[in-house]
Design a protein around this ligand. Sequence first.
Ligand code: ATP
Ligand code: MG
Ligand code: MG
Ligand code: MG
Length: 438
Amino acid sequence: MRLSRYFLPVLKETPKEAEIISHQLMLRAGMVRQQAAGSYSWLPLGLKVLNKIVRIIEEEQNRSGAIQLLMPTLQSADLWRESGRYDAYGKEMLRIKDRHERDMLYGPTNEEMITDIFRGFVRSYKDLPLNLYHVQWKFRDEVRPRFGTMRSREFLMKDAYSFDLDEASAVKAYYRMFVAYLRTFHRMGLTAIPMRADTGPIGGNLSHEFIILAETGESAVFCHADLLDKPIPAIDTDFCGDLEPIFQDWTSLYAATEEMVDMPAFEADVPEHKRLSARGIEVGHIFYFGTKYSEPMKATVTGPDGKDVTVHMGSYGIGPSRLVPAVIEASHDEAGIVWPVSVAPFEAVVINLKVGDSASDSACEELYARLESEGIDVAYDDRDQGAGGKFATADLIGIPYQLIVGPRGLKEGMAEIKHRKSGERETLPIGDAVNRLK
Ligand code: ATP
Ligand code: MG
Ligand code: MG
Ligand code: MG
C-alpha cells in the first residue's frame, strides 16, 4: 500500500473526549471515527487490524472443530418470546418494528437463533457433537458506552454455540473452547487469564471469563500470579483427545472476578506473595448452560435408544472490536502503538527519506515490490514530506519494522531497519533487507 494513495487520517492532537490511551491512540492513528454514542466507523487502518484479529479467531475456532456460518443481525422477537428472554433482557436490547408492525430486535447475542437452526435440521445423536459459530455485529444499548470500541453499543462478536447429547460431552466441548481461547489470545500477543465468572443473564453453571490485566480495565480480578506465565497449549494440541488435564492445570490456580471472588478462599489458596489483585478487561467469555434454551425451544435429537433427548448447550463469545483496544492497552509507548506482528496493520513500512531523488525512489520501489512478492504486508511511505513526520507516523501507527532508505545510505548500498518494539536500529546492505523480514 502506497501511503500517498492511502486513507490514513492521523490526528496531531489528542482528542479530549478520549479518556484512555487505547482510545486516544485509535483516534490519533486514524483507525476509527465515532458516528454516534458507542457507534464507530472502522477506517482502513483499523479495519486491517480488526480483520487480522478475526482471522486468528477463525483459525483457532476451526482448529478446535467449530464450524463457521453467518446469522443475520436483525432477529424476530418471536424467537425470544419462546426462550422467555424477550421481556427479561431489558433495556440493553434494541427493539425495532418493521413496516408490518412486527417486533424485531438487533441481536445482542444469538442463542435463540442458533437453537432454531439446530432444531430445524439436526435429528440424531449421531450428528453430535456440533459447534457452530459466526462473527457478526451485535447491538447492546449500553448505559455507558465508553472508551471507544472497548465498550461500544454496536460491536463485533465471535459467538460459538455447542450442542451435545449430555452434560459429560458438553463439558468436553467447553474444554475445547477453553483451550482454543488460550491459543487465540496468545497469538495476539496477549496474556489472557481464564477466571471463574458469574453467568449473568445468559444463565448456566460453568463459566469463565478471559481477562487481560490492565489498569483501565472495568473489572476487579483476583488471581494467582503464576497464571501470568503459564505455557500455552501448542499448535498440535489434539482437540479430539482428552483436554481435561489442561483445563484442570489452568483452573487449579485461583482466579476469579469480583462478582465471584470469595476472599477467604483466595487468601487460603494463594500464598501472600503470589496474590494478584488487579483490574482487567474481559475479552472473552464461555458458558455451559445445559438445557436452558433447548428445553423451552424443544431442541431435541433421537438418542441411541430411540428416545428424544434435549440437547445440552454452551456458548462462547469473543469481542474482536474490543480486542483491538485491548492489544493497544497492553502494548504501546510514548510514541504510539506497538503492534505485535500477528495483528499489525502492516508488518513493515518502507520509508523513503527523499521522495523525488531518483536513487531513493528506485531503491524504495524495488524493495517495496520485493517485500510484496514475498507476501509481506508492507506499506510504502512515498509521501513527499519530511522524514521526521514519516518516522512519527510509523511509530504512532505501530508498524513493527521500519525500513529506512535515503540517498546518503544508498551511496554505500545501505538501508536501515528500525524495530518498533525495542527501538533498536541496524544498518544493513539494502539487498539483505528482504531476507531479514522473511
Ligand atoms: P461486559 O461485562 O464487558 O459488559 P458482557 O459480559 O456483557 O461484557 P458477553 O455477553 O460475555 O459480554 O459477550 C462476549 C464478549 O463480547 C465479551 O467478552 C466482550 O469481549 C465482548 N463485548 C461485550 N459487550 C461489548 C461491548 N459493549 N463492546 C465491545 N465488546 C463487547
Ligand atoms: Mg455487558
Ligand atoms: Mg461481563
Ligand atoms: Mg461476559
